[in-house]
Design a protein around this ligand. Structure first.
Ligand SMILES: Nc1ncnc2c1ncn2[C@@H]1O[C@H](COP(=O)(O)OP(=O)(O)OP(=O)(O)O)[C@@H](O)[C@H]1O
Length: 793
């Protein structure tokens, strides 16, 4: 009840906590013996031994000797008042309607077991509680509506109407089956509701049976709908509008025709009753197991009408009423949610346990024998596979042995061995290889080709690597040069020409790199001569070579760079390599031949490479050596680079000093001149005249001249710029006289231009640009020379 503020859920939480989460709460109520039963001296066959267990005492001798116990969510004995049954089994379910939860309370049982008696009491207590709650919660508006119907022989009737017309069921997509034209009364108060209940009771169809004089022959469904809404908004919790219904369902009594001695109308009634109860039991059982699969709501009017309450998220309580004298508890039908334990006698228990032990032992034996047979079969299969594998290995080994023997015999027959001692160059040319008896030139040629292609691929690979390294050296330097240009305010490319120009004795960076490349290539060409000893070719295991068609070629391929897959191959690089006993008699025994082959001597003192595999390893060493050389070269390059950087710094410093010196001299002059305006003006005029003369001499463009004097401020500071201009023009004049060369002028002007740009001296930039342009066009030289000649200078 937490959803309605102010009312603690504890107040109504008197039912067993274990059942809180259960959707269906099942309780049993055992009624006391009535007068008729007492009159017949009947006695109760049932006994409630605690709050949850009821036992069948089984007094009839023809039945089993052991008592049977049934456990439910709650069991009420004959002395329990209806109030207690309501409080502990129905109250929580009933009042949940106030929290907006649909709920249904059923009374189920044999005819005359007390269903109507119990349900009447529960309904009265519930509505009283509901109205009591409403009284205590004036902060909400409540509207209560009441409807009532009975289902008699699968016909629905309105209990609040005297009409008696059967009502139709309509399918509503939201509410499920809806009874058409069913009267729904909006209740004024509790007394109004009680009045309605009286009408229902009066309207309900009853009939006399042998067990109950006033037997209810129909299912009665009383439906109370509660709607509530808060007057004011206090919180999100109380703001919602709640609507829910509680159904009080008094089921018709389940009965055995034989017990009720029914016939005719009563028998037909009983048939409908039992069928609908059976459907209800099926629906409840399926709902208890989960909502998977088909639930047969539509099999009866009762379940169709209650579908919404049962199938939704509502709560359900079933109270099974029991007659004490003779009854049966059909818990399989309705108490699917209840725990059912069967208590047996000790003897029966022991007997059953023995049976169970025997069954388990039997199963265990079967499992063991099955597992054992499975293990045996798999082990056998495994062994067979191993044997097959071993057979295959033996077959292969035998083949290899036979082949080896055939080879040896062939060697013995041939009586010689191929031996050659040639350089790699010879092998490449493939023209000076000599062959011993017994080996065809084509066979030997194939072997040589194999070696040749392998060595060629290595040489090619190495050469590519050298090229790559060389280009990396050049790139490395170029990149660093550019970097340095940016950081050192000048471009080293100018100094490359200076230090590594065509006239310079130093070859320059590209040349250095080129030389390095050549050196590396030289190393490639200096591969020592390789001497091939083919006498061992037949001792090599005849594993097929991937790159040779002949599986017996005898030369194992290199598995990877610098490695050789078969260390028994000996290809000597030394011209002095010797083969022991190479001229032995061909009639020697196989053992001798094998010994001979194993005793191949290689001149380890040789400076050159000894064998093909050693060649490979030496090639690897050789590559390492090249790497070392390259590293050394790079180091040298770095050192040179540093030296150039230092030189640049020195040049820069010198230039700066000169400029500062010039500036300081000019400043001094300005200071001196400022002492007298006439001095400054005189000096200005003198320099201006000198500059104009030099401009004429150097053929300085008119545009530049105009711009030059426009920049002047008309104060002594102009002298500074005039000093600089004079110096530059003097330099140009020297160039024109041939004292300095074009490239020196260009270099000097370019460098000065860079300084000017970086130091943001616009005037200097203009001067430098004019010089650069003039030099580039090469016109200045011709014109000036002509002028010099003209003036006889
Ligand atoms: N717990 C009880 N204490 C005292 N009397 C009871 C109790 N339960 C039932 N009775 C009495 O037993 C009789 C039969 O009860 P009731 O009519 O409620 O049975 P029923 O299960 O509804 O029968 P039917 O299915 O035939 O309608 C009534 O006279 C009723 O007063």
């Amino acid at each position: 009840m937490g959803s309605i503020s102010g009312e603690s859920s504890v107040e109504w939480d008197s039912q067993d906590s274990s059942a809180h989460e259960e959707k269906i709460f099942v309780a049993v109520r055992l009624r006391p013996l009535n007068e008729r039963e007492l009159g017949k001296n009947d006695f109760s066959e049932w006994e409630c031994i605690n709050n949850t267990t009821i036992i069948f005492k089984n007094c009839l001798q023809e039945r089993s000797m052991s008592p049977t116990a049934y456990t439910f969510d709650r069991v009420f004995g004959p002395d329990c008042p209806t109030r207690q049954v309501y409080e502990e089994a129905a109250k929580k379910i009933a009042v949940s309607v106030l929290s907006g939860i649909n709920s249904s309370i059923f009374t189920y049982g044999q005819t005359s077991s007390g269903k109507t008696y119990t349900m009447s009491g529960i309904t009265e207590y519930a509505v009283t509680d509901i109205y009591g709650y409403i009284e205590r919660h004036r902060e909400r508006d409540f509207v209560l509506k009441f409807s009532a119907m009975e289902i008699y022989n699968e016909v629905v009737k309105d209990l609040l109407s005297s009409d008696g017309t059967p009502l139709r069921l309509l399918d509503d997509p939201v509410r499920g089956a809806v009874v058409e034209k069913l009267t729904e009364v909006t209740l004024r108060d509790l007394s109004h509701l009680k009045e309605m209940l009286s009408i229902c009771q009066a309207q309900r169809r009853t009939g006399e049976t042998s067990l109950n004089e006033m037997s209810s022959r129909s299912h009665q469904i009383l439906c109370l709908t509660v709607e509530s809404e808060a007057h004011e908004y206090f919180s999100a919790e109380n703001s919602s509008i709640l609507t829910a219904s509680v159904n009080f369902v008094d089921l018709a009594g389940s009965e055995r025709a034989s017990q009720t001695h029914s016939a005719g109308t009563r028998l037909k009634e009983g048939s409908h009753i039992n069928r609908s109860l059976l459907t209800l039991g099926t629906v409840i059982r399926k709902l208890s197991k989960g909502r998977n699969g088909h639930i047969p709501y539509r099999d009866s009017k009762l379940t169709r009408i209650l579908q919404h309450s049962l199938g939704g998220n509502g709560k359900t309580a079933i109270i099974c009423t029991m007659s004490p004298a003779h009854s049966h508890v059909n818990q399989k039908q309705i108490s699917t949610n209840a725990q059912v334990n069967i208590v047996m006698s000790e003897k029966a228990l022991v007997r059953q346990l023995r049976k169970e032990i025997a069954r388990l032992e039997n199963e265990l034996r079967n499992v063991r024998s099955l597992a054992a047979s499975c293990d045996l079969a798999s082990a056998l299969k495994e062994k067979e596979l191993i044997i097959e594998k071993l057979d295959e290995e033996i077959r292969q080994l035998t083949q290899q042995r036979d082949l080896s023997q055939a080879r040896i015999e062939e060697m013995l027959r041939s009586g010689g061995a191929f031996h050659t001692s040639k350089s790699l160059g010879d092998l490449r040319n493939n023209d000076k290889v000599s062959w011993s008896d017994g080996y065809s030139p084509s066979e030997a040629s194939e072997m040589t080709d194999t070696l040749h292609s392998d060595v060629s691929s290595r040489t090619s690979h190495f050469s590519d690597r050298c090229d790559s390294i060389s280009s990396r050296i050049i790139d490395h330097f170029t990149e660093n040069s550019d970097d340095q240009f940016l950081s050192d305010n000048t471009s080293p490319r100018l100094y490359i020409d200076k230090y590594f120009g065509p006239e310079s004795p130093d070859p320059g960076w590209p040349k250095v790199a080129h030389e390095a490349n050549n050196k590396l290539e030289g190393y490639c060409e200096d591969v020592p001569c390789i001497e091939i000893d083919f006498t061992k070719r037949n001792t090599v295991a005849r594993a097929s070579l991937p790159h040779t068609k002949d599986p017996n070629s005898g030369i194992s391929p290199c598995s990877s760079e610098g490695e050789i897959s078969d260390p028994t191959v000996t290809i000597s690089s030394s011209p002095t390599a010797k083969v022991a006993n190479e001229n032995k008699n061909p009639s020697q025994s196989e053992a001798d031949i094998e010994e001979m082959l194993s005793n191949v001597e290689v001149d380890t003192e040789s400076e050159n490479l000894h064998a093909y595999n050693s060649h490979c390893s030496i090639t690897s060493d050789f590559l390492n050596e090249k790497d070392e050389i390259i590293k050394t070269l790079i180091e040298e390059i770095k050192i040179k680079q540093q030296e150039f950087a230092d030189d640049l710094d020195k040049e820069d410093e010198k230039l700066s000093n000169n400029q500062e010196k010039t500036m300081s001299v000019a400043c001094d002059k300005v200071q001196n001149m400022t002492r007298s305006a006439s001095d400054w003006y005189t000096e200005f005029e003198r320099q201006r005249k000198e500059i104009i003369e030099l401009w004429d001499f150097c053929n300085i463009p008119l545009v530049y001249r105009t711009y030059f004097f426009l920049l002047f401020q008309g104060d002594p500071s102009d002298i500074v710029y005039m000093e600089v201009e004079l110096r530059r023009l003097s330099f140009l004049k020297k160039k024109i006289h041939g004292i300095v060369k074009d490239d020196q002028v260009f270099t000097h002007a370019s460098r000065s231009l860079i300084f000017a740009i970086i130091r943001q001296r616009l005037h200097d930039v203009l001067v430098c640009l004019s010089v650069v342009f003039m030099v580039q066009e090469q016109e200045i030289s011709r014109e000036c020379l002509a002028k010099l000649n003209h003036n006889n200078l």
